[in-house]
Design a binder for this molecule. Structure first.
Ligand code: APR
Length: 245
């Protein structure tokens, strides 16, 4: 194992408060495309379908794309080794929490218990009229849009749209953890979306060591990253796990 990985393992072993900040890149090897980059979803779909204002006036039209992007693609995605290593790190007391921008539920399915879902979760649907929350798998997505069983309102996926506020608990828990972090592992994020991208920056300002896992550079790399492990999430995390556990 090369020196940079050895150095990273030592840092992780010594840390009393390690957090992980994850983006779409950690789920690419589970078959979920990223939003940006060569095969990014925003190259194929107009992000407007996830603009809250547009959605509220065009829910039926947006649901055609929402189903294709978030329910067809995500349907049979499963945690990959990168997700599983983070779960094992938590079990072994080497990780305090995962702060994720992802809405694919894969960290929870991998077994992590403390997951702050900064952008919500696609596995839940919410009625904006009466507030009732449903499990997405209660609905057959052949007939869209799904409607509330109480007032027949079109249901909205319980993840945040552009122009929508961050879930309050996820927001406060994420920044509280960032303030306490001794190490923050950033996995698979361009860092282009705020306020999520302020989380690793807050950790850095609070004195944390920033480890970044990404085959490319990101807006974090030259701003906050101390150690950039260039590569795919599952490959790097598997190598780290071999020495860490
Ligand atoms: N392993 C690790 N990182 C990877 C891999 C991989 N196998 N494949 C791609 N990446 C990296 C890319 O280099 C890129 O930096 O993952 C990142 C994906 O970037 P984005 O698609 O912008 O994902 P993210 O940063 O999570 O986007 C933030 O934007 O559209 C919104 O709400 C959406 O949560 C999302 C937010």
């Amino acid at each position: 194992m090369d020196n940079i990985l050895k150095q990273t393992v030592e840092i992780l072993r010594k840390s009393n408060y390690t957090i992980a900040f994850t983006g779409a890149g950690i789920s690419v090897e589970s078959g979920i495309p990223p939003f940006r980059g060569e095969h990014g979803l925003w190259n194929k779909y107009n992000p407007e379908v996830l603009d809250l204002g547009y959605y509220l006036d065009h829910a039926e039209e947006c649901w055609v794309y929402i189903r294709e992007i978030f329910y067809d693609f995500f349907a049979d995605a499963h945690p990959n080794p990168a997700h599983l290593v983070l779960a094992e790190m938590e079990q072994k007391g080497l990780l305090k929490s995962v702060i994720t921008q992802n809405i694919d539920n894969l960290h929870i399915e991998a077994g992590n218990k403390v997951v702050h879902e900064f952008h919500g979760n696609s596995k839940k649907l919410k009625c904006l009229k009466c507030g009732k929350v449903y499990a997405a798998n209660e609905f057959d997505f052949k007939n869209i849009p799904p409607r509330c069983k109480i007032d027949n309102e079109i249901l909205k996926p319980d993840f945040i749209f552009f122009g929508e506020g961050i879930p309050a608990n996820a927001y406060s828990n994420s920044f509280a953890d960032a303030e306490k972090a001794e190490v923050c592992i950033i996995i698979g994020s361009t860092g282009e979306v705020t306020p999520a991208s302020y989380v690793p920056r807050t950790a850095k300002q609070a004195g944390a060591t920033i480890i970044e896992i990404n085959p490319e550079e990101s807006s974090f790399t030259h701003a906050v990253t101390d150690i950039h492990l260039k590569g795919k999430a599952s490959e790097i995390m598997t190598k780290l796990a071999k020495e860490l556990f």
